[in-house]
Design a protein. Structure first.
Length: 322
């Protein structure tokens, strides 16, 4: 068992948090991660009250947390109260200024986790009272920015050491096994947030065909763009963010007229989910370390030992997928 400030603060067995991936991280996944000694988070995403209530119910009595896309939470701020009513283990806010919601989270006695992509974001998170800052590098699947995990984490670690030493730091982006965890700790983090590896787990709300494609891919098979949001008709994302997905024919449509992109890409997704189209046919959220060491989709368990050698015998963690 590996002890860090994160395990002590959140009463975990392992310094691993599952990312609150919108509508992929449901109650079953969050409960599985928490039951195995990490902290599982429901991904509230853009916000859907009925879905959110269903997922908290699906988690049963497990101690879990919840996360939201901050800029979207402004449209439905009551969802934060619904989540806080369940006494979550932590509240995770990302992609936007957390200030409008920070006081409510703190007043409820719930640890506030703020995910950031720049030093400026990190300063703001500290300023509004974040208990834990997550430094997300561009290697991460899903939405993010351009800074790399390997350089962003130590810079934010230094910032925290000077400005607010009691604030904890987690690394996110490209962390998929014990090597990633060990590297994060050496860089100054207290733990890690993992998404893609849990995304590919049996408990995630993700179609099996997409998972099979992701776990057999490498980082070379992913890229960052804005195309998938165009395909989905989501036009509200601030311009600073783009999204990492699997390379696909959807991405190849970038230069096509918007209507043609949406029609063709929707057909690709439908066929891929039905198993009637090549696995490269539709974009899937996937980080640069989404691949698994076997063909099976592993369960969401942060105790699964890495098959790679771990520096200094730091040997906890996570074949658990995103």
């Amino acid at each position: 068992m590996l002890r860090t400030r994160l395990t002590e603060k959140l009463k975990l067995e392992h310094p691993v948090i599952s990312a609150p991936m919108g509508f992929a991280s449901g109650g079953k996944l969050a409960a599985a991660v928490s039951a195995a000694g990490g902290l599982g988070l429901i991904g509230g995403g853009y916000g859907n009250e009925a879905w959110l209530r269903e997922q908290f119910a699906a988690a049963g009595n497990q101690h879990i947390g919840c996360g939201f896309i901050t800029w979207s939470l402004h449209k439905q701020p009551h969802l934060l109260d619904i989540a806080l009513d369940h006494a979550p283990g932590a509240m995770f806010l990302s992609f936007g200024d957390p200030a409008p919601f920070a006081e409510r989270v703190k007043r409820a006695g719930v640890p506030l986790i703020c995910q950031v992509q720049t030093l400026k974001d990190a300063r703001r998170a500290i300023e509004v009272g974040a208990d834990i800052v997550v430094a997300q590098g561009a290697e991460a699947g899903g939405h993010g920015e351009k800074r790399a995990t390997f350089t962003l984490v130590p810079e934010i670690a230094d910032l925290i050491a000077v400005q607010s030493p009691d604030v904890l730091l987690c690394a996110a982006g490209g962390v998929a096994d014990g090597r990633g965890l060990a590297s994060a700790l050496v860089l100054g983090a207290d733990g890690v947030v993992m998404g893609s590896r849990f995304w590919a787990s049996a408990e995630a709300l993700v179609h099996a065909n997409f998972q099979k494609a992701a776990v057999s891919a490498t980082g070379d098979d992913t890229l960052r763009s804005k195309t998938i949001d165009l395909v989905r008709g989501i036009n509200d994302w601030p311009g600073r963010y783009n999204i990492r997905t699997m390379r696909s024919e959807t991405r190849a449509l970038t230069t096509a007229p918007r209507l043609r992109v949406k029609i063709r890409a929707t057909a690709m997704v439908t066929r891929a989910m039905a198993g009637r189209y090549p696995r490269t046919a539709s974009s899937r959220f996937a980080g640069e370390r989404s691949s698994c060491p076997s063909d099976d989709v592993p369960p969401a368990d942060p105790r699964r030992a890495s098959r790679a050698p771990i520096p200094r015998k730091i040997s906890i963690v996570s074949q658990a997928p995103k």
